[in-house]
Design a protein around this ligand. Structure first.
Ligand code: ADP
Length: 360
């Protein structure tokens, strides 16, 4: 088939595509000023704010001379020349472009078509990029706000608990049962609030300053067991740990992840039973870890909700906690681009499973 027929076929195929596609001819492979527009589909014409008649068959230097003075424009034009000469294709990624009519960021790739013809695929991502930047900024502000708010909340809390202590010491002898109970409520509440603020501060700063390293999970589990030794002893728990792999991740966060899951496995035990917690891992295209317990279990309808901040299924008198632990775990797993979920049977126990991609 001669070139003209082939080009006609291509233009038909390209016309209605939902991204910008244009065909260029490079008649003189040594002269970038010779490059001509052959065809631009509707989307590109709209971007250029030009009609077919103003563009098709014309040289770029005639229609958009400013492109030769513009860094982004020149990069694209030189790539037409290179691909027309050498064949193949190249993904230029994001290219900034502006002239007197348009201004924006484009995702752009250039491909060889036939002989001295190349085509470009363009997607205007200006709004998307702007939204991304705004989102990043908002996220930063939000983190800062959370930090400042929780940090500043600690100050009055310290004052309250100090003065409650002073009051208690001074007037303890004169307290009746009622007053003693009220004071213990205040102390408990301030302690809880302090814990809540600490958890929030941790949650906000998770993974911020950490670097990814190789982590021997066996080592991490030894440390976690040590940190939880009091709770393990008090509950008479048995912790069974299989041989675990070395993974790539954020060490402090991974330690916290195991600590939260194991301390929950111990905490949410059935009355009059000793917790048995099994930790194992298997290898596939990613690492899969599971933490299995013989505790109270979680009803099916709650297995998703528990990963939300402040979601608790019990009141504080039954089981202590702030409801941030699992939200933390979810955030840590998100940070590692993995997944976390739980399977559970009420009255029998729960198995928390998470995956971590294998990074070599
Ligand atoms: P916290 O432990 O501070 O209450 P978490 O975010 O760690 O908060 O857990 C949220 C809720 O999920 C808990 O209040 C509990 O109801 C439930 N849960 C978590 N882990 C387990 C588990 N191993 N067995 C049973 N219920 C659990």
């Amino acid at each position: 088939m001669e070139n003209l027929k082939k080009l006609e076929l291509f233009t038909k195929a390209f016309e209605d595509l939902p991204i910008g596609v244009g065909i260029f001819h490079v008649p003189d492979l040594e002269d970038i000023r010779s490059i001509e527009y052959v065809f631009m589909n509707k989307i590109i014409l709209h971007e250029m704010q030009k009609s077919k008649e103003e563009v098709f068959g014309k040289r770029i230097i005639e229609v958009a001379p400013e492109a030769y003075q513009h860094e982004g424009g020149l990069l694209v034009i030189k790539t037409y020349q290179r691909i027309a000469k050498e064949g193949g294709n190249v993904n230029l990624g994001l290219v900034e472009y502006s002239n007197h009519l348009t201004e924006g960021t484009y995702e752009c790739s250039i491909h060889h078509l036939i002989d001295n013809y190349v085509y470009i695929m363009l997607r205007n991502v200006t709004d998307l990029e702007q939204a991304k930047n705004e989102l990043e900024l908002k996220n930063k502000e939000l983190k800062q706000f959370a930090y400042v708010a929780s940090h500043d909340l600690k100050q009055p809390l310290v004052t309250i608990s100090n003065f409650v202590n002073v009051l208690q010491k001074k007037y303890e002898n004169t307290f009746d049962d009622n007053a003693t109970q009220m004071f213990s409520f205040i102390t408990d509440a301030t302690e809880r609030m302090n814990q809540l603020i600490n958890d929030l501060l941790d949650y906000g700063s998770l993974g911020q300053k950490e670097k990814m390293t190789f982590i021997d999970c066996n080592e991490i589990l030894k440390e976690v067991q040590q940190d939880l030794s009091v709770a393990i002893k008090q509950s008479n728990s048995t912790i069974i740990i299989d041989q675990l792999p070395t993974i790539k991740g954020y060490k402090t966060s991974i330690r916290l992840l195991f600590q939260n899951l194991i301390s929950n496995a111990i905490k949410f035990k059935k009355p009059d039973t000793h917790p048995i917690v099994k930790i194992s891992a298997s290898e596939d295209i990613y690492w899969t870890f599971s933490i299995e317990d013989n505790g109270i279990g979680i009803a099916e309808e709650n297995t998703q909700k528990i990963f939300n901040v402040f979601k608790r299924l019990h009141n504080r008198s039954e089981y202590k906690g702030t409801g941030i632990g699992l939200a933390h775990c979810k955030k840590i797993i998100d940070l590692h681009k993995g997944k976390i979920w739980v399977t559970s049977t009420v009255g029998k126990g729960s198995t928390f499973v998470f995956t971590i991609p294998k990074n070599k």
